[in-house]
Design a protein. Structure first.
Length: 396
């Protein structure tokens, strides 16, 4: 498969501290999953073998506690170094929720408004249509309804280029829309780079510094990095892989740092567990500290752009989705009668899924180092159907 075709497919995959409660790496629950998922270890190992995925990191949280954060398989195919709970993976478009949360923090501090026009903060910003330039808001940057086509603008930096973030955003004015403004859903990355410049303009910090100091450090996500270039670091980093000409092999990671706000974070099972807990508890870091409030959670998880719904195959009717929409950095749909907050991520050699069921205070993160989305779907579905409090899920 050509590099360009792989990148187009990964764009599709893209959608689709806490000192009293955080489990430190050395305290992460080892061995078999203890709360109801039958033979999770065997299931994960079978998944890795079936889909030829070298390694995976899995995090599960329930009721504000880390149930599981550990690795399976190896960091690099053909080598013995294992994945563990502190192995870093590119989380790709699961970064978008960090960008949306950063904007929510600034809204709470009165620095901007969700429905404020982008040109109020970046007067030089332009879309193709002057009317859209005037009307597009901060919220619009996050919800894939601008009129741009699927992945439009990605070739400015995929394959890698030396364009700066400002130069990428300045090029948006030359992207001719494929639908009218706010009339249709089409997943894009490029407007998240505009959001990054909004954050920089109103906070005085780069996107990287703001996310690092206002989210990563307060949560104690000590092994997380906010730049794609960190994939190239030595140490406990999963090697990205892809199937090329029929063989799974290591691939060169995407290290274009100008696009960090759409998909640049590298993280671990242990750190993603902390992120899940704080998201599920409306920004609470401790009894006396929050990084954001319930108001921001309401905004982040409120669907804005409707998503199309297909029909499940015969025999899987209990899994039929009744509603689906894109909110602010998250996808929202139902699962067996419960609201589900979810997102996937895809980069060369890395795909991942984050899933939360707020009513059950249940969160799952699955990070992989091979371009095989069915692997994270298999593991996530196994946990949802058999995991903590699964009997409260109708049909289980």
């Amino acid at each position: 498969m050509s590099t360009r075709r792989r990148l187009a497919l990964l764009a599709l995959v893209g959608f689709l501290l806490l000192p009293s409660r955080t489990v430190e790496a050395q305290d992460v629950v080892p061995g078999n999953f203890p709360v109801g998922v039958p033979d999770l270890d065997a299931w994960v190992e079978r998944t890795l073998e079936t889909f030829e995925v070298p390694g995976v990191a899995v995090a599960i949280v329930k009721d504000g506690e880390v149930v599981l954060a550990r690795g399976f398989g190896v960091r690099t195919i053909g080598e013995a170094t294992p994945v563990d709970e502190r192995t870093r993976f590119g989380i790709a478009s699961n970064t978008k929720a960090f960008t949306a949360t950063a904007l929510g923090i600034l809204v709470e501090h009165g620095k901007l408004e969700w429905d404020g026009p982008v040109i109020d903060y970046l007067p030089w910003f332009q879309m193709w249509d002057p009317w859209v330039t005037r009307e597009i808001t901060v919220r619009d940057l996050l919800v894939h309804r601008s009129g741009l086509g699927l992945g439009q603008g990605d070739l400015l930096y995929w394959p890698e280029s030396d364009f700066t973030r400002r130069e990428i955003v300045e090029a948006v004015r030359y992207l001719e829309p494929v639908t009218s403004f706010r009339s249709a859903y089409a997943y894009d990355n490029i407007l998240y780079h505009v959001a990054a410049l909004v954050i920089e303009e109103v906070s005085g910090l780069t996107w990287e510094d703001f996310v690092q100091t206002r989210i990563i450090e307060p949560l104690g996500m000590n092994d997380t990095r906010v730049t794609r270039a960190s994939t190239l670091e030595e140490g406990n980093v999963a090697t990205p892989h892809a199937r090329i000409e029929g063989t799974v092999r290591p691939v060169q990671p995407l290290a274009a740092t100008a696009t960090n706000a759409a998909g640049g974070i590298n993280s671990t099972a242990a750190d993603m567990a902390k992120w899940l807990i704080v998201q599920l508890d409306s920004g609470r870091v401790s009894d006396s500290e929050r990084i954001f409030s319930e108001r921001t959670t309401t905004q982040l998880w409120k669907p804005v752009t409707p998503l199309p719904i297909g029909r499940v195959p015969d025999g899987l009717e209990p899994l039929q989705v009744q509603f689906a929409g894109y909110a602010l950095g998250f996808g929202i749909r139902d699962h067996r009668g419960h609201k589900m907050v979810t997102h996937t991520g895809g980069l060369p050699g890395y795909v991942s899924r984050l899933t939360m069921v707020p009513e059950l205070k249940l969160g799952i993160a699955v990070l992989t180092n091979q371009e095989m989305g069915v692997a994270f779907e298999s593991i996530t579905a196994r946990i949802l159907d058999h995991g903590p409090n699964s009997r409260s899920l109708p049909g289980c």
